[in-house]
Design a protein around this ligand. Structure first.
Ligand SMILES: Nc1ncnc2c1ncn2[C@@H]1O[C@H](COP(=O)(O)OP(=O)(O)OP(=O)(O)O)[C@@H](O)[C@H]1O
Length: 305
């Protein structure tokens, strides 16, 4: 009730269309026309920066207290319609009593760790290859593996191909963030590579199997983003694996049986991307959107290795 009275009194006493703030003897009256402002940083009583607005004069507007000899001289803002932009800019700085800052309003996003996983043959490598071509700020960690090189693969680019003994040495020296024995072969993620590229501000992409993703979730928690790649159906996945022609009949059967179980783990991930037959480009686009959205999060993930 008292508050409404205050507002009524100021709305009848203040006719200046540009400012809520006038030289009323009662400081509460100055911001009464919008009750929210009373308690916000826009309230000149609370914000000393805006208090300097009392020195502000617009061309063509009257200011009844201009004769007050105790106040510093008023700053004039030239008319926006005709004045030079820089002139207006400088006048506004002078009116506010400090230069406008060019510092970013929000800090740059943190480097992101993106874990991509999914059943064998779903298209992880295919998606990553396309992402690699389109995003320079992403670093794709080259996994170390003890498996033999497939035709077309390049050492140091697709994987670091090492012997089983070399791999065991890396485990002993604590050089791996995560490692696993997959279908009789070792695969692991070198820590040093991640540290080095995160220090350069790059986002990191890790490609792991489902078990690896589970282990990484245990290590990284919510500090990394986990994406599950899946085919649209079991049928599509089997056809894709047959087409790839990299498996024996036996390993093909094992991979298919494993994939059926692995799909159940989708709920442990942050995102799922369905890599439909013939729609690889769409999957890549969705991956990019996920990364963009993650970079725009207010509550940034903050991974340290
Ligand atoms: N959307 C798609 N449509 C059709 N074929 C695809 C699609 N995505 C990937 N492929 C093909 O499916 C096969 C398996 O893909 P890829 O090797 O990338 O799978 P992966 O998940 O990396 O498998 P693994 O875990 O066994 O290494 C490849 O021949 C690839 O070119």
């Amino acid at each position: 009730m008292i508050f409404r009275k205050l507002c009524t009194s100021i709305s009848t006493s203040n006719h200046n269309p540009f400012f809520l703030y006038t030289k009323s003897p009662d400081p509460l009256h100055r911001f009464c026309s919008n009750p929210k402002l009373l308690f916000s940083q826009k309230n000149p009583i609370l914000n000393p920066k805006i208090q300097s607005l009392s020195n502000l004069r617009l061309f063509g507007s009257s200011n009844s207290s201009m004769g007050d000899a105790r106040r510093p001289p008023a700053v004039s803002i030239p008319p926006l319609e005709t004045a030079d932009k820089l002139e207006v800019f400088r006048a506004m700085e002078a009116a506010l009593g400090s230069p406008f800052s060019s510092d970013p309003f929000v800090p740059n996003p943190n480097p992101l760790i993106i874990v991509i996983s999914g059943p064998s043959g779903v298209g992880k490598d295919a998606v990553i290859k396309k992402l690699r071509e389109s995003r320079e700020s992403l670093h794709f960690v080259v996994t170390a593996t003890s498996r033999a090189m497939r035709p077309g693969e390049v050492d140091g680019k697709d994987y670091f191909f090492v012997s089983k003994d070399e791999f065991l040495g890396m485990i002993d020296n604590n050089e791996l963030l995560e490692y696993a024995l997959v279908y009789g072969e070792y695969k692991g993620i070198p820590k040093q590579q991640i540290r080095e590229y995160m220090a350069k501000g790059c986002d990191i992409v890790l490609r792991v199997d489902i078990q690896g993703a589970k282990t990484l979730r245990g290590i990284l928690g919510r500090s990394a983003v986990f994406v599950f790649l899946v085919a649209e159906s079991e049928e599509a996945l089997v056809k894709r694996l047959i087409d790839r022609k990299t498996e024996s009949k036996e390993t093909l059967l094992v991979r298919i049986a494993t994939a059926k179980e692995e799909v159940k783990h989708v709920k442990d991930f942050d995102y799922v991307v369905v890599n439909r037959e013939g729609e690889l480009e769409n999957s890549v686009m969705l991956m990019k959107s996920i990364i963009d959205a993650e970079k725009a999060r207010v509550d940034q993930r903050n991974a340290t290795i």
